[in-house]
Design a protein around this ligand. Structure first.
Ligand code: C5P
Length: 235
C-alpha cells in the first residue's frame, strides 16, 4: 500500500459520502465501514470504483469459519481492494476467510485481507476487565498478529504503538494498518491508542486510516493534504 491515507467514509447516506468526495480532484483510497455499507448496500461500491477510488471494505467479520468463508466469497466478487476480520475469531476462521476470498476472486485479483487485533478504542484496563485477557495490551496485539500471519493473512489493524513489536515478531511484508490518527492537539473522540501521522510513520505503520480528523474538518482537502504530507515525511 502506498503512502496515501485511507479516508474513513463514516457517513449514513451515500449522497453525503459523494458530496464529501466531490471536494477532491484526485482518486482516493477510501474505507467503507458498517455505517455506510449496511444502509446503502453493495451497489455504491461500483460507483466508487467507477470514480477510480480504491476501497477498503471494513466489515470486521467474526463468526464461525463456514459462515465467514461464504461471506468472504461474496465480498471478493465485489472487487474491493482490502477486507478484514477480527483475529479473535481464531486461526480456523481466518484460514476460512482467506479460502473464501480466493474462491470468490477467481479470475480477478484477490483482495488483501487483514485482521483487527485489539480495537484502537480499547484500553489495557478494558481488555483485562471486559475480555478477561490477563496479559499486556502489547502482548495481546502481537499474539493476534502472529496468529494472523500463521493463518496466511496479509497483515493486521493495530495502533502505531504496536507496529515495531509486530514488525520484529512477524517481519515484512506485512500490512500494519493503523486507525486512531489525529493531528497534534486534535479531538480524540472515542479513540484511546492514538498517534499523529508523523509518529505513525516513525513507528512503522504501513497505512493509516483517518476519519473524523478529515471528514469533520472545516476544510477537508487541506486536512487531507496536511495529514498526507506529515504521513509521507514531507513535513
Ligand atoms: O474518525 P476516526 O479517524 O477515529 O475513524 C477511525 C475509523 O477506523 C472508523 O471508521 C473505525 O471504525 C475504524 N477502525 C478503528 N479501529 C480499529 C479498526 C477500525 O478505529 N481497530
Amino acid at each position: 500500500m502506498e503512502k496515501q491515507p485511507v479516508i474513513a467514509l463514516d457517513f449514513a447516506k451515500f449522497q453525503e459520502a459523494e458530496h464529501f468526495l466531490n471536494q477532491f480532484s484526485e482518486p482516493l483510497y477510501v474505507k467503507v465501514g458498517m455505517e455506510l455499507f449496511y444502509q446503502n448496500g453493495p451497489s455504491m461500491l461500483y460507483q466508487l470504483k467507477e470514480k477510480g477510488h480504491r476501497i477498503f471494505l471494513d466489515l470486521k467479520l467474526h463468526d464461525i469459519p463456514t459462515t465467514v468463508r461464504k461471506a468472504m466469497k461474496g465480498l471478493a466478487s465485489l472487487e474491493v481492494d482490502l477486507v478484514n476480520v477480527h483475529a479473535a475469531g481464531g486461526q480456523a476462521m481466518m484460514e476460512a476467510a482467506l479460502e473464501g476470498l480466493a474462491q470468490g476472486a477467481s479470475g480477478v485479483k484477490r483482495p488483501s485481507i487483514i485482521a483487527v487485533t485489539q480495537l484502537t478504542s480499547t484500553s489495557e484496563h478494558q481488555m483485562r476487565n471486559e475480555q478477561n485477557i490477563q496479559s499486556t495490551l502489547m502482548e495481546s496485539v502481537v499474539h493476534y498478529a502472529e496468529l494472523a500471519a500463521k493463518s496466511g493473512l496479509d497483515g493486521v489493524v493495530c495502533s502505531p504503538h504496536e507496529c515495531q513489536a509486530i514488525k520484529l515478531s512477524v517481519g515484512d511484508p506485512f500490512i500494519r494498518l493503523t486507525p486512531g490518527i489525529r493531528l497534534s492537539g486534535g479531538d480524540l473522540h472515542d479513540q484511546v491508542r492514538t498517534s499523529t501521522p508523523k509518529d505513525a510513520n516513525k513507528l512503522g505503520s504501513t497505512a493509516i486510516v483517518v476519519g473524523r480528523a478529515i471528514t469533520q474538518s472545516l476544510d477537508p482537502v487541506k486536512a487531507y493534504n496536511d495529514i498526507k504530507n506529515e504521513w509521507s515525511g514531507l513535513e
